[in-house]
Design a binder for this molecule. Sequence first.
Ligand SMILES: Nc1nc2c(ncn2[C@@H]2O[C@H](COP(=O)(O)OP(=O)(O)OP(=O)(O)O)[C@@H](O)[C@H]2O)c(=O)[nH]1
Ligand SMILES: [Mg+2]
Length: 680
Amino acid sequence: VRRVRIGIIGTPNVGKSVIFNQLTGGKAWVGNWPGVTVEKKVGKLVLNGYEVEVFDLPGVHSLTPYSIDQLIARNFIIFEKPDVIVDVVNASNLERSLYLTISLIEMGVKLIVVLNMIDVARSRGLEIDHEKLSKLLSTPIVPAIAIKGIGIQELRSEIVKVVERKYEYSRIVNYGDDVEDVIDKIIQLLKTSEELSRTFNLRFLAIKILENDGQIVEIVKSKLSSNIFSEIEMLVNNLKLKFRDLETHIIECRWRRVLEICREVIKPVRKVSITISDILDYVSTHKVLGIPIALSVIYLLFTFSFSVSSPFSDLIDLSFSWLADSIHYVASLGIINEVLESLLADGIVPGVGAILVFLPVIALFFLAFSILEDSGYIVRIAFLVDKIFAKFKLPGRTIIPLIMGFGCNIPGIIATRTFEDDRDRRTVALIAPLSTCSARLPVYIVIGLILFGQYLGTVVIIMYIISILLALVVGFLIKSLIYKGISIGFTMELPPYMIPYWKNVLVKTWERTRRFLTKAGTVILMGSVLVWLLSVTGPSGWIGPEVFENSELLEQSFIGHLGHFLEQVFKPMGWDWRLCSALFFGFIAKEIVVSTLGILYGVGEEPLAISEMVASTLTPVSAIAYMVFVLTYVPCLATIAVLRGEYGFKYAGIALAYEILLAYVLALLIVQVGQLLGVG
Ligand SMILES: Nc1nc2c(ncn2[C@@H]2O[C@H](COP(=O)(O)OP(=O)(O)OP(=O)(O)O)[C@@H](O)[C@H]2O)c(=O)[nH]1
Ligand SMILES: [Mg+2]
């Protein structure tokens, strides 16, 4: 078998990941906004006896990288040398895509162009003459509607053909006599390095040198003798005397070629007046209506998740109660001993159960979220808030990591890779954990269910608003004090609205839900066992399962001591020792706050029962303070680990420290204000 490596590249949001999934049966993340993929992802398939490795890459506009995700894509294409590059272009917006295509042709690689989204092009009244395009570019073209699987079979056979065909270079752009002359001279000089000639297309290197591409210049310099390299430098400098801005000249020549090609191949077949997408666009990005609409959409998302999920939650609740009863029954028969009975019935069932009853809410939330993500609405929200965010010195794009963070903070932090400005990127990474993730939702519900009753929905929405406001304010402070500088204006393209593709939505919902389930089965399970263990033991040694019937006894356990110590730390807030120790274990993962309460109150896994116990120890104001504390104090251990991985130890430490401090100050403030107003 021969091994073949293929890289899928293209401008952002053209359907690369969809094509990757179709080719490999993979599960790359797909979403209707630019910047979904931020990492290269590999998948495998077998084609005509070839073992093919396919790489899905982040979107790029050119081979000049501006952000980390773009650098990943460029470096793969230039330095890891895939055998074939599949360049996905957007048929409904060809001008935007072809610049990259032309740059790839210049690189001198075996190329296949997938002309994707011809359905969208058609709906806009455009037809592309793909045969002519193929001639002009001297590359095979595969028209496709990737989302429907159209063109994928053709792409497969084209891959085999291209692999077997000998490669022929064709010059795609003419940069004018002066420049071409210098390019030829540079090529002659580059030829002196056998290694360079073997690994790169020399014309490509020459052009990149003229474009002043730092990385390429470094490589060339290291492979050539110094006098040859200085000859090249002289050629370049002489040329620069003729052109005020050589780089711009090169870019302009490419653009001119792109427009020439577009003129020849794009045929408007009919006039389109206004599409539904245009109308939706007008309304959803409206200056006045936009924000109220966004809030209503988010409100609907929650109402939908809560109302549809409640019968399912009841069912899970019932199964856990039944499980607890069965454990007691089995124990009464003498099959398991008292300690095991307690571990299962007092530790694991209430600990894991208290979180699993939220599975339906969270799954539906993920479903609604995935639909939103695929429709194209998220970019509209980014567009809407751009002006508001600018007042806080943050780019509108910031909203994307924050919204992603509503699901889980980890993808939120990874999404910062798409930021072009390093200061913005670091700022947003520091505030991304303030986004209230789905793990915090059960805490709000359990704390507020009884205390706020029918107003719980409003309180939860307010928590989301607080979360965004906090992120804005902290971001503003960081941008004003540490990473000074203004952010450039809105740079994201608005993709058209699309009807979400159900398969895609289901895959994403399932992936997210599966992660939640895995967490329940691992981290939360272990957390529950830990809390149980620290409850039945104390400084005096083994105490025994009686603690769960006798709260005075429980207070003598390790957890009791810990809780009472923390109760002093949080004295002004007036939180019960159980609530305080729950915060301690919530360090591991926020869900464990709820699990700990489930175990310590000894009332089983039912949210209503736990909430009743909570309500008996908290005033509404101290409850709000508690919720805000949980929102702010730390993300989970996993998030801290990712922050460390992406930005280093120092960053993770800074995030951790400022969040604990901020949480404490905010909670204190809320309680104080409550007392001033006489509602504490
Ligand atoms: N109508 C239509 N939609 C498509 C087609 N191909 C992909 N899409 C949609 O386009 C959006 C972007 O698809 P992705 O595969 O995530 O795009 P990508 O190129 O990987 O994007 P980045 O990773 O952000 O660079 C998704 O909402 C897809 O469902 C197509 O042929 N027709
Ligand atoms: Mg992608």
